[in-house]
Design a protein around this ligand. Structure first.
Ligand code: NAD
Length: 285
């Protein structure tokens, strides 16, 4: 793949429909651990092994504690330069590096809500409010959401206060310090505010169906340029989008810290922290 930024900018200028497919690496500089590599362990557990319906079934207290830890990380985090570059790029009048009629959509696997917060921050400063803001699809849900485990109820609510802090004695430090899971009785776990059943983190776990798949498929079909940002490209279906874009003649640009499975389909490869490479590439630094 090419590493020529000037050449990439030329392709960007000619693109008609651009999508960005983002992963955990986008939020790494904001202090949110990725699932693979250095941040992949929580206590003695592999983070990925806790993000499954089976793990929750077997030990909901342990999984809630893991999510409590991750929620606190997300809550304390701030969007970084890469989130801000994508947020500015989401507003047509800021998208100076592309043709005026080019479309853009942001698809993220992240559940931390930082892309939404970055967009909110950019929009707040805009007067009058812009039209044609790029769609932002959080395909794996949101960590600040709490949802009911009863399919027939399905109630979801956004809850910024920690749902298990009280059960843990009110201090998040105890969770980080390694409070054992047996200390939380099942009865103390978060309950659905509507029907009283056990509640769960409002995210899509490994093995579950991601959200907005129909909408995303259409965007991928139409895309002639796919930006792959901070993802190991191992979690499907997101990992397959770049290949699909390339299959129908589109181009793919990867912005990742290190080599990954996504490189196979890269026309452009910009290795390094995306909070540095992406603002430059999108012309919004
Ligand atoms: P991943 O953890 O598998 O891979 C992250 C990738 O980002 C790695 O290839 C790593 O080299 C790269 N990376 C790390 N720091 C970077 C930086 N500063 N700039 C650019 N790249 C960087 O993440 P994934 O592919 O998103 O898959 C994990 C799944 O777990 C996702 O589907 C997601 O739902 C979930 N997850 C979400 C978050 C979050 O919301 N922030 C965090 C971890 C995992």
């Amino acid at each position: 793949p090419s590493t020529d930024m000037a050449e990439f900018k030329q392709v960007l200028r000619g693109a008609k429909n651009i999508i960005a497919v983002c992963g955990a690496g986008l939020s790494a500089a904001s202090g949110i651990p990725t699932f693979r590599g250095a941040g992949g362990m929580w206590r003695k557990y592999d983070a990925m092994s806790l993000a499954t319906p089976e793990a929750f079934e077997e030990n909901p207290a342990l999984v809630w504690q893991f999510y409590h830890y991750r929620r606190e990380k997300a809550r304390a985090a701030e969007p970084n330069a890469a989130h801000m570059a994508l947020a500015r790029f989401s507003i047509p009048t800021h998208r100076r590096a592309v043709a005026p009629d080019a479309g853009f959509s942001l698809i993220t696997q992240n559940v931390d809500g930082l892309s939404v917060r970055a967009l909110d921050a950019v929009l707040q400063a805009e007067e009058p409010k812009p039209t044609g803001v790029a769609p932002l699809l959080e395909m794996h849900g949101r960590i600040m959401d709490v949802s009911c485990t009863m399919r027939l109820c399905g109630h979801v609510e956004s809850n910024n206060a920690s749902p298990i802090c009280a059960a843990l004695g009110g201090t998040e430090e105890r969770v980080e310090a390694g409070t054992i899971d047996a200390e939380i009785a099942k009865g103390q776990l978060p309950r659905c505010s509507k029907c009283g059943a056990l509640a769960r983190p409002g995210v899509v776990w490994f093995g579950e169906m991601p959200r907005y798949l129909g909408e995303i498929d259409k965007l991928v079909e139409q895309a002639d340029l796919c930006l792959v940002v901070g993802t190991s490209s191992t979690v499907y279906p997101a990992a397959g989008y770049a290949a699909e874009v390339q299959d129908h003649g589109g181009r793919v640009a990867v912005f990742n810290l290190e080599r990954s499975d996504g490189d196979e389909y890269a026309d452009f490869l910009f290795l390094g922290p995306c909070e540095e490479t992406l603002p430059d590439a999108l012309g919004s630094n």
